[in-house]
Design a protein around this ligand. Structure first.
Ligand code: PEP
Ligand code: MN
Length: 269
């Protein structure tokens, strides 16, 4: 069992685990083909970054939508990541896929729709208790911060406290954006816990032209990490096309964000 990283735990400083590095998790929403993934991996590596993301099992609202390539997708991701020297992050939706995904990936994402799937959280905690595989745990779109931190304990009490929390927007009355980004979650998580916080700037935006402003804001608020979706040809994307940046747009944004991060004495990795 791991120690809780909730605020006030004896022996741990309030802001202990965060660093001067901002980890960028970039990559397409879905892994679609080797060519598609290679192009993004090349761009991520060329920007001096370390992680690539991509979905092989997709939580789609409609069962007729593209569901992901499954293990074939994981192979594509691992293949590209090895050639470009990157670490891999993918979503796990089912307990039965945890060990398979661990054969290919360095990080496990738990998506917003599984925020309170406690048996999945528990099984991921148990399965990663020895490896301490990084778990990126997204907030549900109707979840409070208190519920989020409580749910995190399903991972930590079962053996893995290598957790990054990820704010990805809430469902509110506002329809101008896909979700309402709760930027306050960044300082609140910093105040109430020791976990690093990632801000997914693509899913709340819903459209790519809003992504840069949300990314700048997240860094200014103190985010430890950002998630950004990138696709070589967003028009043809099998999921989340409108919000994905092209590699050229992503490279421009990284240039911009590097300067903003430097103001806070941080660097993008
Ligand atoms: C994703 O990261 O592609 C995804 C499905 O995210 P979320 O769980 O935040 O909707
Ligand atoms: Mn997506």
């Amino acid at each position: 069992m791991c120690e809780s990283k909730l605020h006030g735990v004896a022996g741990l400083p309030d802001y202990g685990t965060r660093t001067d590095e901002i980890t960028i998790f970039a990559g397409p929403c879905s892994i679609e083909s080797q060519e598609q993934f290679d192009e993004v991996a090349e761009c991520v590596a060329a920007n001096g970054l370390h992680w690539i993301r991509g979905g092989a099992y997709k939580p789609r609202t409609n069962p007729h939508s593209f569901q992901g390539l499954g293990e074939e997708g994981l192979k594509i991701m691992k293949n590209a990541a090895d050639r470009f020297g990157l670490k891999t992050l993918t979503e796990v939706m089912d307990s039965e896929h945890i060990s398979l995904v661990q054969n290919y990936c360095d990080g496990i994402q738990i998506g917003a729709r599984n925020f309170q799937n406690f048996s999945l959280l528990k099984n991921i905690g148990i399965a990663t208790s020895k490896t301490k595989t990084m778990v990126l745990f997204k907030r549900g779109f109707a979840g409070t911060i208190a519920e989020w931190l409580a749910a995190t304990e399903y991972l930590t009490t079962n053996g893995n406290d290598n957790v990054i929390l990820c704010e990805r927007g809430l469902r509110t009355f506002e329809t101008a954006t896909r979700f309402t980004l709760d930027i306050s979650a960044v300082p609140v998580i910093h105040k109430q816990s020791l976990y690093p916080i990632c801000v997914d700037v693509s899913h709340p935006a819903g459209v790519r032209d809003l992504v840069p402003a949300l990314a700048r804001t997240a860094i200014a608020a103190g985010a430890d990490s950002l998630m950004i979706e990138v696709h070589p040809d967003p028009q043809s994307a099998k999921s989340d096309g409108p919000q994905q940046l092209t590699p050229a747009q992503f490279t421009d944004l990284m240039e911009d964000l590097r300067e903003i991060a430097a103001v806070f004495g941080k660097k993008l990795v």
